[in-house]
Design a protein around this ligand. Structure first.
Ligand SMILES: [Zn+2]
Length: 372
């Protein structure tokens, strides 16, 4: 452990964003700026800012429009695409757009990881009723044991000196989610999968998940260990299952369409698709990530999400406004740190997470000096 907030009230934070010196090997230059602020192309295994050239964005936007036009030309009774539907504001707005603006008929898929928020489940029920689209939705919960084992394994075995657990968990979990979606599309001969990743979620993919990566199989090597069984492994796709089959494309349209979070929230609330106040991503955020934030805090000394928050600060161009944003996000990180150390942070969510994954507090806090 490099440092801890209580011992480091004197810690140096970047004067431009909010990142502290020493966290995931970050350095501050003599003027007090961190590696990310000094050099926009700086890459860290946990975070790198992808700059998308204008021409590439335009090219992909054209592809999106063509793809939709082609689908609109088909007059068949089959589904046009499969929409990954989480019940959050982004996928709800996307569903509304596909149905009511573009006149498509998407098949909706929701995958329960075992730790899905109740708010999201309620949202789904209400939205589908309102849109009169209940018959076209599938709720998959057969993979819950696999998701929970995956989390449990990653928490117990995480010992990387460089990669944050938060990142590792998100990557592994989305690989499994994507595998299940590809399988389900192939089963139904659907050639296009649409996901509502927001415009800032471009760390791994921009606009489309490359076909090579889908074919490369997403199953992590450790799934061959005894802790997992054949049923867990069956949730992933095997190379032979791809033989002579059409592999669906996976497209993330918010990466090229105008994305405005506030507008999206207003629109789903105005159309009464989601109740006011239930669009908050903190409410729908998953308990696994929150537990990983706690783990990372003790192992790496700071809040893993500060990497994303720092980027939000950097994006504010006006100097005065940026200073305000810096103050706000830094205050949030410090308050999260205090919450974790005092045990107030996510108390209920953590008990639920521990119960479902059969992990102990010790597994989460194994790098804490307090000893559990
Ligand atoms: Zn910085």
């Amino acid at each position: 452990m490099r440092f801890k907030m209580t011992e480091h009230n004197t810690s140096k934070f970047c004067k431009t964003c909010i990142l502290p010196e020493g966290f995931i090997d970050l350095t501050l230059d003599p003027s007090g700026e961190c590696d990310f602020c000094k050099d926009p192309s700086y890459e860290n295994v946990n975070y790198s800012k992808k700059v998308i050239p204008h021409a590439l964005r335009e090219e992909k936007l054209k592809d999106w429009k063509n793809t939709i036009r082609e689908l609109q030309g088909h007059s068949s009774e089959d589904y046009d695409c499969l929409l990954g539907y989480s019940g959050g504001k982004d996928s709800t707005a996307l569903l509304d757009m596909l149905l009511n603006e573009l006149g498509l008929s998407p098949f909706l898929l929701t995958i329960d990881t075992g730790l899905m928020a109740d708010v999201a489940k309620e949202n789904i029920k209400k939205t589908l009723k309102k849109l009169d689209y209940e018959g076209h939705h599938l709720f998959i919960n057969y993979a819950i044991p696999t998701f929970l084992k995956l989390y449990s394994y990653l928490f117990r075995h995480h010992n990387s000196e460089k990669v944050l657990l938060t990142k590792r968990i998100c990557d592994c979990c989305s690989d499994l989610l994507h595998s299940i979606m590809v399988k389900e599309s192939m089963k139904r001969n659907i050639r296009l999968i649409i996901l509502g990743y927001s415009s800032d979620q471009i760390k791994r993919y921009f606009y489309e998940i490359p076909q090579e990566e889908i074919l490369n199989e997403w199953m992590p090597e450790f799934l061959s260990e005894e802790f997992f069984d054949d049923e867990d492994r069956a949730s992933y796709l095997k190379e032979e299952q791809f033989n002579h089959r059409i592999i669906p494309r996976i497209i993330l349209p918010y990466h090229v369409l105008p994305y405005n979070e506030e507008k999206i929230i207003n629109s789903v609330v105005e159309k009464a698709l989601i109740e006011k106040g239930k669009t908050n991503p903190v409410l729908t955020n998953c308990h696994t990530v929150k537990a990983a934030i706690m783990f990372d805090y003790y192992k790496y000394g700071w809040i893993s999400y500060s990497l994303q928050y720092a980027e939000l600060v950097r994006q504010v161009k006006d100097e005065k406004e940026r200073k305000k944003a810096r103050k706000k996000w830094l205050r949030l990180c410090k308050s999260l740190a205090r919450g974790i150390e005092s045990g107030r942070f996510n108390r209920q969510g953590l008990s639920l997470f521990l119960k479902k994954t059969s992990l102990s507090k010790k597994d989460i806090f194994q790098h804490s000096q307090e000893g559990f």
